[in-house]
Ligand binder design. Sequence first.
Ligand SMILES: [Zn+2]
Length: 213
Amino acid sequence: MKNVILLAPPAAGKGTQAHLLEEYYHLAHISTGDLLREASRTNEELRECLKSGHLVSDEIVLSLLKERLLNLKEEEGYILDGFPRTVAQAEDLKEISQKIHKEIGYVFLLEVPKEVLEQRITGRRICSTCGAIYNLNNEMERPTQKDICNRCHQALTTRQDDNLESFEVRYQTYLKQTQPLVSYYEKQNILYRIDSTKSKEEVFQKLKEILGD
Ligand SMILES: [Zn+2]
C-alpha cells in the first residue's frame, strides 16, 4: 500500500503530480481544502469561518481527516495534499495512521528554485473559455499566436493571484511551514527530494522509480 505526502511550493506542479499518482496507483487524493469545503455545506459555523478567512482549528481539520482515512477501503492507499502543515499535525497524523495500519511511507518534496517558480507564475496565461494553460516563459508551452488560445482561438488572460506580490506571500508561508516538516520526515528516512524543474512526465517517472509497482 502506498501512502504519500506531497510537499511543494506554489507553481511547482503539485496538483499535476497528485493527479498522475492518483490515476496510476489508484490512490485516494485527500485534500484538506476539499474536506473543509465539503463539510462546510452542512455546517454553518464552519462555513462562516471559511468565508471570513479565519483559520480552522486543528481539531476540526484532524477529525475530518480521520473520518476520511477511516472510510478508505482496506488496501487503498492515499495521497495527502495540504496536510500536515505543522510538526504537531504530523505527530497527530502518525498516531492516527498507525492505528489504522496506513502509515505514511513516502514524503515527496518537489523542489524548484524560486526564480523558476517566479517565471512560471508571471508567464502563465489561461484561456477562460476552454481552460487551456500556457506559459510564455517556456517555449514548449507558448501559444502559437501571441495571447491567443491554440484550441479555441479566444484571447488569453492571467489568473488573479498569479502576480509576484501574491506569490511572495504564499512562498514565504510555504517555507516557514515546510522547513520543520522536512527535517521531521528526513529523520524518519521517508523524505525524497525531487527535482521538479523537469517536465511533468520526467518528474512523474522519478516518483514511479521510488514508489515501484
Ligand atoms: Zn481556449
